[in-house]
Design a protein around this ligand. Sequence first.
Ligand code: M6R
Length: 609
Amino acid sequence: MCGIVAYIGHRVAKPILLEGLKRLEYRGYDSAGIAVLEGNKLNLCKAVGRVSMLEEKLENKEGFDGSLGLCHTRWATHGGVTDFNAHPHRDDRHGIALVHNGIIENYAALKTYLQEKGHRFASETDTEVLAMLISELYEGDLEAAVQAALREVTGAYAIAVICEKEPGTLVVARKGSPLLVGIGNDEHVVASDAAAIVAHTTQAFMLDDYNVVKISKDGFRTSDIHNTPLTPKITQLEIDLQEIELGGYSHFMLKEIYEQPKALRACVSGRMDLREGRVVLGGLTNFAKELTKARRVILTAQGTALHAAMIGRYMLEDLVKIPSTTEYASEFRYRNPVIEENTVVVAVSQSGETADTLAALHEAKERGALALGVINVVGSTIARETDAGVYLRVGPEIGVASTKAFTGQVAALALVTFFMARKRLMSADQCREFMQEMEAIPGKIERILELDSKIKSITEKYVERENWLFLGRGYNYPTALEGALKLKEISYIHAEGMPAAEMKHGPIALINEGMPAVFIANRGRQYEKVMSNIQEVRSRGGHVIAVATEGDNEIRKYVQDVMYIPDVCEPLSPLLAVVPLQLMAYHAAVLRGHDVDKPRNLAKSVTVE
Ligand code: M6R
């Protein structure tokens, strides 16, 4: 979604801002803009489309050589995709420029008030209202005007503001939308995502809700919106620049698919005590008692994270024998859910910033649940607001189509399952067996990756087809959902995922000659049943592509194409079965000529409800 980068220091701001914006491109956006103060003159430039369009527009433009500036990538919410609606928004009375992530909920009432005061609006956005409100309240002190304005707004915001009348000052603030201040030598880089900061400094602090920071070249002052001074907690950003660069791959998605063995090794490293037959999760240790007496688990998430949560639910019921459900966070939040005593709610999220998941978490906490997080981004909002949790440790995920975060989520949920199961009914020997299976997973994924060219040639056969089915049962029903989601997100092919048995209750009507149906048909408790479902598709002319277990030669008689995965215990089988589906989706998108890392309409982290 939207991205913010701001700079104040001794260097020319423009290249730093544009380079930062490029690092945020993966988040998804539809327009971009920049404002730079050169001397006492504020200059703005905006463009619909990619950051490269903004760069083109800036070529040969004068007035952008100052050392204080801010920029933005916009993902439209209020108002269409136009130059006028793109950020920064400016006020001419005092020469204020502002960029904003989030939504100002009471913008309509504020706009009427400001119009009565004589302000004229150029855009349809909620953001311009905030810029005008700051201007209205400006009495020679930008920090004070920002604080006063933020006392009047409801909603979510991360903002950066500059003013012609204060050419040595950058003011930033946050409520509900992430913002970090990177501290360099006589310079500061502010961004909504650490990826735009790490090239300059790894020393940074994350703003808390209602924090306002007044920044100059060589210092900063943090307060709240009532001007109470605060001391921020400065930390080291643990992102290696290499992790957010392509490193020879053509796309981040492909890089991240290939990174899965390494990512999963990192995810489980130091967390499995094979000698003792137990899982060690530092984040959960203090809540071991609550987890032992828990009577229900509700896993909540959106998108790919929800699919991982569904697999987590199967594991918890299967191995911990605890009643568990999964919920779309967006539905859970607003349907007045019943939360009994001793309920644990698990929020699963790569970014830790998904607004729907955050809202569900708030609801669960208000209703007395113990809130756990299974999160990738360290220090993200959800991670900070849960009572405890487990980080994925899979490294930054840049590809909009989530891949290594999915397998990381499944692996982390498996660890949580083993942790809880050992407290209840699982013996050390059983736990050890599962952990040995888990240890073998990265090596097995490496073997699947070796089959990439075969998977590509299978994809080539079907890439022209506009409708696909993805079918699986048990643990691999969510894998089927994930396979379908991956394909539609980046190749724009219509795909439906469903339980293989459900197909005959209606969707079977869709099957026509040559329709691709991807079945997850690995060896397991439901293998025979899946084989029957395969026959049902074949006899209606569908073409079956099976994900099958190595050594299952028999299956070749019944399907058109096979993608083999190594043998694996059922609960962990989605970790392998999903990999060929990720590769298929990737190849389909490339073959169709789409920009895999910038799929249309999508944002990496969805910070609006
Ligand atoms: O950051 P989160 O895991 O909370 O994101 C949830 C979904 O928005 C995300 O998984 C989305 O579905 C991805 N585009 C899937 O590839």
